[in-house]
Design a protein around this ligand. Structure first.
Ligand code: PBG
Ligand code: ZN
Length: 331
């Protein structure tokens, strides 16, 4: 490598047009996925306190947000449902008339350019708030698989483009793949939340999805945040079971995991910038302690640079608008 003074790295940073020319990492709206929280009813738009800008909506209101996302070129949406009734086994999860299923049908009709992904898990649907059936104080892995498969099938039947299991039960990708295939949905991909860590950053989401566990926590099924070798075992298991895309979640504190998953598998890697990551940036920006838009962009570029192909983020609309505005200025 040449050295100073023949090489001066600052030369290429002098102007915005030079910087733009040699920028290594791009962030495009098509790589972003916007999470949406849907419930039954009409005309409902209820703000989530800990996530400024995020709302629970009924399907009609959700469509307005989705149309705007489509107009901005956002790649897709990720649906979470808030059911009218919860019970011990979360049976609303596979109700073909549930909010997620209704939302999928409406989106496929109204916003054909958006990829519609559904979150497959039990915690929004169970009265105890755990991600599966509870037996003797623990989530029963094998009994839960059947329920997840039913839920995924119901989403596929409604027309979901991708199903995304987020429960962290062992063997769920195979169970879902087999059920989808047996019912003619061989072309419905699975995005597996393969490396999902037990994180302090899910708090605001649990307010949005009304899915806080009534007792205990999720450390018995979600991963310990210290472990990357174990994350790779989780990822390889899911790949062997038929996962089409791999998710790492949260994103910011796990950039090393994103990097390694991309390097070692070569699979499409999706990173989930979760609710707490969003809330921290929003809160500091509201206080004037940071420049919210800059930190938003920096956080997302960092996730892309680590190796994520796709980012699920509550900032999707804001980022897409910022990218569009920057393009106008540059012209
Ligand atoms: C449910 C689920 C969670 C998130 C996505 N799916 C939370 C959890 O495990 O409690 C978190 C998303 C976020 O925090 O934005 N299994
Ligand atoms: Zn869950």
């Amino acid at each position: 490598m040449p050295s100073f003074p023949s090489y001066r790295p600052r030369r290429m940073r002098r102007t915005e047009s030079l910087r733009r020319l040699v920028r290594e990492t791009q962030l495009a709206p098509s790589q972003l996925v916007l999470p949406l929280f849907v419930r039954s009813g009409r005309g409902i738009r209820q703000a989530v306190g800990s996530m400024p800008g995020v709302c629970q909506t009924s399907v009609d209101e959700m469509l307005r947000d989705a149309r705007e996302a489509e107009r901005l070129g956002i790649g897709g949406v990720l649906l979470f449902g808030i059911p009218d009734v919860k019970d011990a086994i979360g049976s609303s999860a596979w109700d073909d008339q549930g909010p997620v299923q209704e939302a999928v049908r409406a989106l496929k009709r109204d916003t054909p350019h958006l990829v519609v992904i559904t979150d497959v898990c039990m915690c929004e649907y169970t009265d105890h708030g755990h991600c599966g059936v509870v037996r003797d104080g623990d989530v029963d892995n094998d009994a839960t698989l059947e329920l997840l498969a039913k839920e995924a099938l119901s989403h596929a039947r409604a027309g979901a483009d991708i199903v995304a299991p987020s429960d962290m039960m062992d063997g769920r990708v195979r169970a879902i793949r087999e059920t989808l295939d047996a019912n003619g949905f061989t072309n419905t991909p699975i995005l597996s939340y393969a490396a999902k860590f037990a994180s302090g950053c899910y708090g605001p989401f649990r307010e949005a999805a009304e899915s806080t566990p009534q007792s205990g926590d999720r450390r018995g099924y979600q991963m310990d945040s210290s472990n990357i070798d174990e994350a790779m075992r989780e990822v390889w298991l899911d790949v062997e079971e038929g996962a089409d895309m791999i998710m790492v979640k949260p994103a910011g504190p796990y950039l090393d995991v994103i990097h390694r998953v991309k390097e070692e598998t070569g699979y499409p890697v999706v990173a989930y910038q979760v609710s707490g990551e969003y809330a921290m940036i929003k809160a500091a920006a509201e206080r004037g302690w940071i420049d919210g838009e800059r930190v938003m962009m920096e956080s997302l570029v960092g996730i892309r640079r680590a190796g994520a192909d796709v980012i699920i983020t509550y900032f999707a609309v804001e980022v897409a608008r910022a990218i569009a505005a920057a393009a106008t200025v540059a012209r």
